[in-house]
Design a binder for this molecule. Sequence first.
Ligand SMILES: CC(=O)N[C@H]1[C@@H](OP(=O)(O)OP(=O)(O)OC[C@H]2O[C@@H](n3ccc(=O)[nH]c3=O)[C@H](O)[C@@H]2O)O[C@H](CO)[C@@H](O)[C@@H]1O
Length: 346
Amino acid sequence: MRSEKPKPSKILLTGGGTGGHLAIVRSVKEELLRRGIRPCYIGSESGQDRAWFGEDADFEAKRFLPTRGVVNQRGFGKLASMAQVFKATLQARRFIKAHGIEAVLSVGGFSAAPASFAAILTGTPLFIHEQNAVSGRLNRILEPFAKRFFSSYGDDRIDYPVGEIFFQTARLRTEVETVIFLGGSQGAKAINDFALELAPELRRRGIRIVHQTGNLDYERIKGAYEALGIEADVFAFDKELYKRIAQADFAVSRAGASTLWELAANRIPTLFVPYPYAAGDHQYHNARYIVERNAGWIVRQNALKSDLFWDIIDKENIAPVSEKLATMIGPDGARKIVESMLAEGR
Ligand SMILES: CC(=O)N[C@H]1[C@@H](OP(=O)(O)OP(=O)(O)OC[C@H]2O[C@@H](n3ccc(=O)[nH]c3=O)[C@H](O)[C@@H]2O)O[C@H](CO)[C@@H](O)[C@@H]1O
């Protein structure tokens, strides 16, 4: 009698740097925990990886390796970073062997390089989730070696793995009583300034303001609202951001992939202002995917004007957009990724 191969249970999640990547790790981790599997994690000492997962007791084991981005460096800096990645790859390889890892999921970002290369070196099945509509450099290099490459854009798409809470708190928006301004995990000065420009008229109309500034700009923006005498819910970063998104009826936001799909899952109509310097202009292409399906609006940062905002609020009906968003994403993303890893891990 042929005995069935046991399903893999030693899963390694890797990648990070900024919140967009780390949010995928979090939702895939939640799905694994629901199935009684505690994954391992490899991230970097730089970036936000430690802030997100340093204290997280859900992981069976974790390592933060000393890596930095290679892409944005030149000359000696680039060589030094490559040497670091090489050294970290050897450490990741030891980790994979020591923990008997049977499948690796990379969510991209420079933190993902060592464990992804180590997966290839050790013949451990590699799965990749690319968050953006245009692939990052590392994922383009890794894709030919991957068992599966997941994307939430295009024909062969899966639902973006958004935290379940964004679906649980979703609701149809019909009227704008509260606006939320979002700058992505690090905040966005252009959106911060735009919010201040809109603030007097928002107050005049009795529309509540919720505003995430990012750490760097927090004091300036808080002070500016005070100087204007306008009451606003201003904060730098909120670990439970879903609560504030759920309160709001309209968003002005960067088009980082995790934020974009969380907003979609929550069905909140959004004016996207893509970060203009993102690699391959990927934030613009992320937002285009939504906007081309009549599920939101987009404006280039250098064309950001208050008139456009008021035209949307005054002349466009937000309810059909909120309805359309319900068809753009379902809650199955993390489940699909996990099932594929369990079926095709070694
Ligand atoms: C400048 C840049 O290149 N940014 C990239 C980075 O964005 P960034 O890291 O800003 O990522 P996203 O906007 O995709 O996600 C931010 C995450 O942080 C969370 N959050 C944010 C603010 C807050 O107060 N609390 C909170 O928990 C959001 O809920 C979300 O889960 O990775 C994304 C995913 O690869 C890319 O699409 C972005 O283009």
